[in-house]
Design a protein around this ligand. Structure first.
Ligand code: PXP
Length: 243
């Protein structure tokens, strides 16, 4: 089966636009779960532009399924993760000036820092995932460092403009997915996935989890979060059925 992790960061983005109490990501998580989300994904950024510490604490208590915390290698954020103990921690790159996460974490170049963050997360009993490019060296390094899962960055695929570029990126993801599984890690993917481009990624053999945020929250503006989540889940389940 395939799992949908609904990223609710942008519910918090709307709240932070006015620094008020609404809309509450805790409420959003409940709606997403009622719509069929298998997990809730949040990114506690160092600049706290959307998700706040209070959200992480409350969601840890209220999320009924799986809480997936995205975090950078920053010491202070790793310490929060170890205290909160999400069900899964996904290590991601983070730059202050970026609009959203740009590309995967380079765990080859940042091997020492990644190893140390991973040691602390594993000591706290947290399942680990690495958000990386669909690249052989990065995937092999994820295995060497001991990650339980790899989340392949689908941003380049999502941004591909013409058919041949889309096919090329899909092929890269498919081959990368094969390697992830061959090395014994769980296969996840995410970033830039929407109601048009998700099916092809969900069809990749062994794809176990997709983390999707912006597109679902955007659709929710018109149809409500519960329905937006249910529609995405249906696309994914049907895709797996026709693998
Ligand atoms: N996965 C990871 C690791 C991410 O950083 C993000 C964005 O926060 C997502 C998935 C979701 O991306 P999108 O909002 O484009 O669906």
């Amino acid at each position: 089966m395939i799992e949908l992790g609904v990223n609710i960061d942008h519910v918090a983005t709307i709240r932070q636009a006015r620094k008020t109490y609404e809309p509450d990501p805790v409420w959003a998580a409940a709606e997403a779960e009622l719509g069929g989300a298998d997990g809730i994904t949040i990114h506690l950024r160092e600049d706290r532009r959307h998700i706040q510490d209070r959200d992480v604490r409350l969601l840890r208590e209220t999320v009924a399924r799986k809480l997936n915390l995205e975090l950078s290698l920053a010491d202070s954020i790793v310490a929060i993760a170890c205290g909160v103990k999400p069900d899964q921690a996904t290590l991601v790159p983070e730059k202050r000036e970026e609009v959203t996460t740009e590309g995967g974490l380079d765990i080859v170049a940042q091997a020492a820092r990644t190893r140390e963050a991973l040691r602390r997360l594993h000591d706290a009993g947290i399942v680990s995932s690495a958000f990386i490019e669909p690249d052989t060296k990065q995937i092999e390094q994820a295995r060497t460092l001991g990650f339980a899962a790899v989340e392949l960055h689908t941003g380049t695929y999502a941004n591909a403009k013409d058919e041949s570029a889309v096919a090329r990126e899909l092929q890269r993801l498919t081959e990368a997915g094969e390697l992830v599984r061959k090395l014994g890690m769980k296969l996840h993917a995410g970033h830039g996935l929407n109601y048009h481009n998700t099916v092809a990624v969900a069809k990749i053999a062994g794809m176990a989890e997709l983390n999707i945020g912006h597109s679902i929250v955007s659709r929710a503006v018109f149809v409500g979060l519960r329905q937006a989540v249910a529609e995405m889940k249906r696309l994914m389940v049907d895709a797996v059925g026709s693998r």
